[in-house]
Design a protein around this ligand. Structure first.
Ligand SMILES: Cc1cc2nc3c(=O)[nH]c(=O)nc-3n(C[C@H](O)[C@H](O)[C@H](O)COP(=O)(O)OP(=O)(O)OC[C@H]3O[C@@H](n4cnc5c(N)ncnc54)[C@H](O)[C@@H]3O)c2cc1C
Length: 461
């Protein structure tokens, strides 16, 4: 019998464990992770494979550290980005939780430097952005870099290894619920774990499992939006007016033609574009190392679509578009912006005759207009032209667009303000898998919050 069982060792699960061990050092806590320990994790794509070999358990997303392990480790220190925690508590509380989680990252070895804290510089950039009809969101960023991120997560693993039970390479298969109260978990190896509290933090990797399990126990879910777009890659100096000052800038634009929201996401100065695989679908992403640099900067341009009744399958919609790109390109497509505007595909020769060398070498030169719907494509073109006003050269004919980048946000679980499921007592859902967060720091903060909630209750155990 455990006091608390946690499913998933991503930032949400890890931070829940860290906070419980601090508040209740005598509690018996178990953390169940379907992937490997951090030192055993590897993503074959990052080790030189040309195409994603679609591993049974995705090495990029599963294992200690979750999706965050090989991530760029950008901690975006604001409630305005990376999640919806402000929908459950007041803003000040979210700010405090973010500051607390950030301090924990520092305690375990994160870098001191935070970009974007100089308000005078920010105000000037904000002014320039507004002249181009762009909204610049104030979002200070602590950048760990992929290598440092792994070190920090390893320190957390070592620390928790001495204090709680950690199971690797085993998945939670089903929840045990009796009289509308969670009692424990059945694992895929047949074992049963009994616990007073269960915290589910399975990330996007486990979102489908969570949805099925919650449907079984009649816990409500609400659809989130789906974000569809491209990854833009350009010479690093083009974006230096922003990246030198802010590192990552969050810019929001409403396209004149459709009024849809387009935003920059996951900016990687001197970084590289990478391929990802979700359930057999290749999509694109980006990251940057703290030490190893390239001559390019990349970021995503995402168009948010929230569908109205009767359509209820935003994830399938996004998957469908990504599959189309995979079908045409045998994986990821890449196109020069100039070729897109000229209505022709990019070819290997045209890509070679460019001033930008693609960092994702396995992408197939092609035509994104055959894949991305007119609505999203128009919004992306208009956003690139707006960005060109603050960073001239963004809408250059050589700028590379990789597709598709899709963010499948998990359906949002119906939760109370304590992030406890509506209908099943003592069952909490946090992080990206519950649709509550979309980034490292808010996922971590959600773990701290739930840990404090359960530790503050009166216990029978
Ligand atoms: C390439 C990449 C780069 C990123 N870069 C950044 C960045 O720079 N900054 C940022 O803020 N965010 C970034 N993100 C997003 C960030 O990683 C996620 O928002 C964050 O990791 C979510 O945390 P989580 O704990 O909710 O879920 P996850 O990190 O996804 O962890 C969930 C864990 O649960 C495990 N699991 C799933 N189902 C089960 C089950 N049934 N039983 C047991 N275990 C299970 C999974 O194996 C996984 O380890 C990036 C993501 C990716 C993929």
């Amino acid at each position: 019998m455990y006091n608390a069982a946690i499913i998933g060792a991503g930032p949400a699960g890890i931070f829940a464990a860290l906070e419980i061990t601090k508040l209740k050092p005598d509690w018996k806590v178990i953390l169940i992770e379907k992937g490997q320990k951090i030192e055993k994790r590897k993503c074959l794509l990052r080790e030189g494979y040309e195409k994603c070999p679609t591993c049974k358990k995705c090495g990029l997303l599963c294992g200690w550290g979750g999706a965050g392990a090989f991530s760029d480790g950008k901690l975006t220190l604001t409630p305005d980005v990376g999640g919806h925690l402000v929908d459950y508590m007041d803003r000040k509380k979210v700010e405090d939780l973010i500051a607390y989680a950030d301090q924990l990252y520092l305690d375990f070895g994160a870098t001191d430097e935070v970009f974007g804290t100089d308000m005078k510089t920010f105000r000037e950039l904000e002014r320039q952005a507004s002249l181009a009809e762009l909204k610049l969101v104030h979002s200070p960023v602590r950048h760990l870099g992929t290598e440092r991120s792994l070190d920090v997560l390893k320190s957390m693993q070592d620390y928790l290894d001495e204090r709680i039970t950690i199971l690797n390479d085993v998945s939670a298969k089903s929840l045990i619920v009796e009289n509308e109260q969670v009692k424990g978990i059945v694992l895929d190896n047949g074992d049963t774990i009994c616990a007073e509290y269960t915290i589910i933090a399975p990330g996007r990797e486990g979102a489908d499992w969570l949805t099925r399990e919650f449907a079984e126990h009649k816990i409500g879910m609400v659809n989130n939006a789906v974000d569809i777009g491209v990854r833009v890659e350009l010479p690093a100096p083009v974006f230096e007016p922003l990246t030198d000052k802010l590192y990552e800038s969050k810019l929001i634009y409403h396209s004149p033609t459709f009024g849809d929201e387009v935003r920059t996401f996951c900016m990687n100065p001197n970084g590289e574009v990478v391929q990802e695989n979700y359930n057999g679908i290749s999509t694109v992403n980006g990251h940057s190392y703290a030490e190893k640099t390239t001559n390019n900067t990349n970021f995503a341009l995402l168009v948010s679509e929230k569908f109205t009744e009767p359509f209820k399958e935003p994830i399938q919609y996004g998957q469908h578009i990504a599959r189309l790109a995979n079908m045409l390109g045998g994986g990821i497509l890449v196109q020069r912006f100039g070729d897109l505007l000229d209505g022709r595909r990019s070819t290997p020769d045209r890509i070679k005759a460019s001033i930008i060398k693609p960092t994702l070498t396995c992408a197939t030169p092609g035509d994104l207009s055959l894949v991305i719907p007119y609505r999203q494509m128009t919004s992306i073109i208009e956003m690139l032209q707006a960005l060109d006003k603050i960073c001239p050269g963004t809408a250059s004919r050589y700028t590379l667009l990789y597709g598709i980048e899709v963010k499948f946000y998990s359906a949002r679980v119906k939760l109370t303000n304590e992030l406890e499921t509506e209908g099943v007592k003592n069952l909490f859902a946090i992080g990206d898998g519950a649709g509550v967060t979309r980034g490292l720091i808010q996922a971590s903060a959600s773990g701290v919050f739930v840990a404090r909630t359960i530790c503050g209750r009166n216990h029978g155990a």
